[in-house]
Design a protein around this ligand. Sequence first.
Ligand code: SF4
Length: 311
Amino acid sequence: MARLKVLVAAPRGFCAGVDRAIHIVELALERFGVPVYVRHEIVHNKHVVDSLKAKGAVFVKELDEVPDGATVIFSAHGVPKTIPAMASSRGLAWLDATCPLVSKVHRQAERMVEAGRHILFVGHAGHPEVIGTFGQVPAGFITLVETIEDAETVEPPSPDNLGFLTQTTLSVDDTAEIVATLRRRFPAIVGPRGEDICYATSNRQAAVKAIAPRCDLMLVIGAEYSSNSQRLREVAERCGTKAHLIQTAAAIDWRWFDGVATVGLTAGASAPELLVQDVIEAMRARFDLEIEEVTTAVEEVTFKLPRELAA
Ligand code: SF4
């Protein structure tokens, strides 16, 4: 059997916000019984969604699919203000699984608009977190900046009274460049001290940066539509390492391993550890493995549950 060295990134996988969101659905099923409705994927991972479906969660796209009298949970990515308001007006019981670090950005957005500032928001168009944050303030008070080109060309309505905020799951390096461009063009712009990229996103990217240069191939476990997982793949590629995003071990094309002596392994913030161990076992069936876990940070973050479930 050929030898294969595996460098496993740490931290990887579930963050405190994802852990909390899943726990909220599980507790709601226990307390309120089956079914509990969840608007949108609670986190961007099919394995997580399927296992909650098996326990009695029903995933819907919009509130009008939730029957009267039911309980509905909003996903970790956050929702526009209109959604809880609509749920309340229909008399639905609702629970908010928005990650507290996303809620923090929501409050910052509100405060900026209260202070009369226009917000330049760095993020990816169409991502649920961006839709949720835009929905915290009146239309016309916030403009999306996706790229460095956008930062160079954006013409906000009040250039001397601006604030910036960012999505939590962006590339640390790209965002620093975009923010630097905004600060150069609009010296009076105010914003968070660094940006709003969360600890979990930063730590996972730093862990990939630490191992990718030592690897011939990097595997990132995560969904195609998971922003933080896509960023991990990009970070590895920018280190010059071939990288693939896979949902599960079944997605591995073993031809990727031709000529590979060292493979790196990580997982996005919504991917469970079980999927990491499955990939390791799939490699073990084909190679004589030497596994090294490379730890670049130790995470001890936990978030409180919503009041309704805390007792
Ligand atoms: Fe919260 Fe960050 Fe996890 Fe998103 S990736 S749920 S912002 S901790």
